[in-house]
Design a protein around this ligand. Structure first.
Ligand SMILES: [Zn+2]
Length: 245
């Protein structure tokens, strides 16, 4: 799922009886709109392969802990295909924007889980305190260098537009963890595109009863969010950005 505060956005849902998946996206001529569609297509392929390989199970539940690996993975595997949508000059800037997004995914989503953690451990908080906390966390993780004077209230209450805070406890950290896996997929793709696409499909269709680590392994990446891996992926990302001339 990919919801931003702007109107462009989209979602993917499963249709278990027919064994299909369905993507709804609002398309506007914006980078985010395109990335949201690609992101949702990653979820759709994952869902579709699950139905095809694992059967149209009524009790099927998408594995939320691995879902974003295939949406972020799809975004990064299509990094060299963005020229289908952009001119040569815009293409490079779109690639940089996607990589900037990948970079901010490594730390930005923490703010969502921190906010939920604060709400659950302070159940008696007032609406005003909640907005103030959201503003404080947003400032710390995303808006730090931006002058937000006069917008405290708007930013503070903007959490309402994100359904994760209402429906999905502690989900946002998944965006950071899965981005580490998606970056490994991109690393694999740069070495051997065909193999990386094959392992993407293999992992996306793997038995969902396995552990997260086993599913990551089938995808050709490791489930590891230790400091050395974060550092290695950060450096890899920096190199990919520098390689775009
Ligand atoms: Zn998603």
């Amino acid at each position: 799922m990919e919801i931003e505060k702007e109107i462009p956005g989209g979602f993917c849902t499963d249709l278990p009886v027919s064994g299909n998946t369905f993507v709804f996206a609002n398309i506007s001529p914006s980078f985010f709109s395109l990335i949201a569609l690609i992101h949702e297509m990653g979820h759709a392929v994952n869902g579709y392969l699950q139905f095809s390989e694992q059967g149209p199970l009524e009790e099927y539940q998408g594995r939320a802990e691995i879902a974003e690996l295939y949406s972020h993975g799809m975004e990064l595997l299509l990094l060299d295909k963005l020229n289908l949508f952009y001119s040569e000059e815009e293409f490079k800037s779109a690639q940089r924007e996607e990589l900037r997004r990948a970079f901010t995914m490594l730390f930005g989503p923490l703010s969502g889980d921190l906010f939920q953690h604060w709400m659950y451990t302070n159940p008696k908080h007032t609406a005003k305190e909640r907005d103030e906390k959201f503003f404080e966390i947003s400032k710390r993780y995303g808006l730090n260098p931006v002058d937000t004077s006069g917008l405290e209230e708007e930013i503070g209450m903007s959490w309402v537009g994100t359904l994760h805070y209402i429906q999905y406890p502690f989900y946002t950290i998944e965006y950071s963890i899965s981005m580490l896996g998606a970056l490994q997929l991109l690393e694999n793709y740069q070495k051997d595109p065909e193999l990386a696409v094959e392992s993407f499909k293999k992992g996306a269709s793997a038995d969902y009863n396995q552990s997260i680590a086993a599913i990551y392994k089938e995808t050709g990446v490791s489930f590891d969010f230790s400091e050395p891996v974060v550092k290695r992926m950060g450096e890899f990302l920096e190199k990919v950005i520098q390689d775009i001339h």
